[in-house]
Design a binder for this molecule. Structure first.
Ligand code: UGA
Length: 443
C-alpha cells in the first residue's frame, strides 16, 4: 500500500519505518527542512534501539523516503497518517495547531479519496475538527471528494518503540466507515497475522482510549509513590508491599514501581490534558488532578532527603548524579526527575557532576554552560571528589556498581537512590548510608 506520514518525530518515524518494513511504500513528510535533509543522509534524530537499521534498510530498498514536499506527500498515500506534535498549551490542554495545519494541507491538495488517520495523541473531538478543516479546504477549491477521518492512537514506549509497533498488544481503530476500515485492516495485516489485535470502535472512544491508558498507568505509579511515602513514615518497606500486591493478578506487577516520579513526553502531558479537557466541560477530574499533584511532589523527594541529610546546607557541596534521561534506553529528558533534582541543588548553591549513558548531549543542549553542572564521561568520574551520590534513572549499568569505589570516593558516604536499585544491606555493609524510596530506613 502507499502510505504517507506527516511528522518525523518519535511516532511518525517509528510508524513509517515499521510500515515500510512490512512491505508498504511509505513517504514521511516534515516541514523541518534540516531534519528531512539529515534523515535523507541516514541520520536518525532520536535514540531508539533497533530503529536505525530498519530505516536504512527500507530507504535502500526504496520503500521509505523523506520529503518536505506536501504536494508529493498528499498525492502519494491513500492513507495519510497525522503524527505531528500536540504540545501542551499554556493551561496544559493539547495544542492542535499542527494537527489542523496538516488537515488543511491535505484538504487543499487531495485529488482523490483519502483516509486521514490521527495517530498523534489528540483530545476527544479532534477527528471532527480535522474533518471540518479538510472539508473547508475542499469547499474553497469547489471540489467534491470523499474522505474519512480515523483515530488510530499509538501505544509506543520509548526505548521499546520498534518492538511495540511490530508486536502490538492491540491496535485501536476508531472508524465509522467500512471503506476506511478495510484499508486500515490491510495496512496492519502484517502485524495482525497470528492473532486478532485490531479493536474497532467509534472515533471518540478511540481518542479517549489513548488518554485513559496513559492516565491509568500514571495513576498506578502515583498510587504506589503515595504508598511508598506512607511506608517510609510507618517503618515498612514498599518493595515487600510491591511484591505482595503485585502477586494479585487483578493488580499485577507492571507499573507499580515506586520512584522519584514519572517523566517523559506522555504521562505528564496527557494527564494534564485530560484533566483540563474535563474542566472545559465542567467536570472536575479529582483523581487525575491528584495523580498530577502526587507526581509533582514526588519529583522533589530525592532533593528533600539530600537537603535533610546535609541539614539544609548544600552550599559548595558537590553531588554526583547518575541518570539524566527520564527512563533507561532513551536520551529523552523531557520532564525528567533528574532536572528537578539538579535545579534544586543549584538553587541551594551546590554543584552537580552528572553522568548518563545516552543523555549527555541532550543535557548539554538543554543546560548549555549552566554554572554548577559538570558532565562526566563515566559514572566513576562523576564520583571523583563528590560529597554524595544521587541516582535518578535505573540504567542497567547502575545496577551492580563497585560499592567500595563509591564509598572511597564520596566525602560523605551516602547514596540517594530514586529507583530502589539495591538491597539496603549491600550498601550498609560497606559503610554507605542508603536512602531509597519508601523503604523505612534512615529516612
Ligand atoms: C508511555 C506509555 O507507557 C506508552 O504505552 C505510551 O504509548 C507512551 O507513553 C505515549 O503516550 O506515547 P513512555 O513515556 O515512553 O511510554 O514511558 P514509560 O515506560 O511508560 O515510563 C514513563 C515514566 O513512568 C518513566 O519516567 C518511568 O520511570 C515511570 N515509571 C514507570 C515508574 O516510575 N514506575 C513504574 O512502575 C513504571
Amino acid at each position: 500500500m502507499r502510505i504517507t506520514i506527516f511528522g518525523t518525530g518519535y511516532v511518525g518515524l517509528v510508524s513509517g519505518a515499521c510500515l515500510a518494513d512490512a512491505g508498504h511504500h511509505v513517504v514521511c513528510v516534515d516541514v523541518d527542512e534540516n531534519k528531512v535533509a539529515r534523515l535523507r543522509e541516514g541520520h536518525i534524530p532520536i535514540y531508539e534501539p533497533g530503529l536505525e537499521p530498519i530505516v536504512h534498510h527500507n530507504v535502500e530498498a526504496g520503500r521509505l523516503s523523506f520529503t518536505t514536499d506536501a504536494d508529493e506527500a498528499v498525492a502519494h498515500g491513500e492513507l495519510q497518517f497525522i503524527a505531528v506534535g500536540t504540545p501542551p498549551d499554556e493551561d496544559g490542554s493539547a495544542d492542535l495547531q499542527y494537527v489542523l495545519a496538516v488537515a488543511r494541507t491535505i484538504g487543499s491538495r487531495m485529488e482523490d479519496y483519502r483516509v486521514i488517520i490521527d495517530k498523534s495523541t489528540v483530545p476527544v473531538g479532534t477527528a471532527d475538527k480535522v474533518a471540518v478543516a479538510v472539508q473547508e479546504e475542499l469547499d474553497k477549491r469547489g471540489k467534491k471528494l470523499d474522505f474519512d477521518v480515523v483515530s488510530n492512537p499509538e501505544f509506543l514506549k520509548e526505548g521499546a518503540a520498534v518492538n511495540d509497533f511490530m508486536k502490538p498488544d492491540r491496535i485501536i481503530v476508531g472508524v465509522e466507515s467500512d471503506r476506511a476500515k478495510e484499508l486500515l485492516r490491510e495496512a496492519y495485516y502484517p502485524f495482525n497475522r497470528n492473532h486478532e489485535r485490531m479493536i474497532y470502535m467509534d472515533v471518540r472512544s478511540a481518542e479517549l482510549t489513548k488518554y485513559a491508558a496513559n492516565a491509568m498507568l500514571a495513576t498506578k505509579i502515583s498510587f504506589m509513590n503515595e504508598i511508598a511515602n506512607l511506608a517510609e513514615r510507618l517503618g515498612a518497606d514498599v518493595e515487600h508491599i510491591r511484591r505482595g500486591i503485585g502477586s494479585d493478578p487483578r493488580i499485577g506487577y507492571h507499573f507499580i514501581y515506586p520512584g522519584c516520579g514519572y517523566g517523559g513526553s506522555c504521562f505528564p502531558k496527557d494527564v494534564k490534558a485530560l484533566a483540563r479537557a474535563a474542566r472545559a466541560i465542567d467536570y472536575e477530574a479529582r483523581l487525575l488532578d491528584a495523580v498530577e499533584d502526587v507526581n509533582d511532589a514526588q519529583k522533589h523527594v530525592l532533593f528533600d532527603k539530600l537537603n535533610h541529610h546535609f541539614k539544609g546546607d548544600l552550599k559548595g557541596k558537590t553531588i554526583a548524579l547518575w541518570g539524566l534521561a527520564f527512563k533507561p534506553n532513551t536520551d529523552d529528558m523531557r520532564e525528567a526527575p533528574s532536572r528537578t533534582v539538579m535545579e534544586s541543588i543549584w538553587k541551594a548553591g551546590g554543584q552537580v557532576q552528572a553522568f548518563d549513558p545516552e543523555a549527555m548531549e541532550e543535557t548539554q543542549r538543554i543546560y548549555g554552560d549552566q554554572a554548577g553542572l559538570h558532565l562526566c564521561g563515566t559514572k566513576e568520574q562523576a564520583l571523583k571528589n563528590a560529597d554524595a551520590l544521587v541516582i535518578c534513572t535505573e540504567w542497567k549499568e547502575f545496577r551492580s556498581p563497585d560499592f567500595e569505589l563509591i564509598a572511597k570516593n564520596l566525602s560523605h558516604p551516602v547514596v540517594f537512590d530514586g529507583r530502589n536499585l539495591y538491597e539496603p544491606e549491600m550498601l550498609t555493609r560497606r559503610g554507605l548510608t542508603y536512602y531509597a524510596i519508601g523503604r523505612g530506613l534512615n529516612q
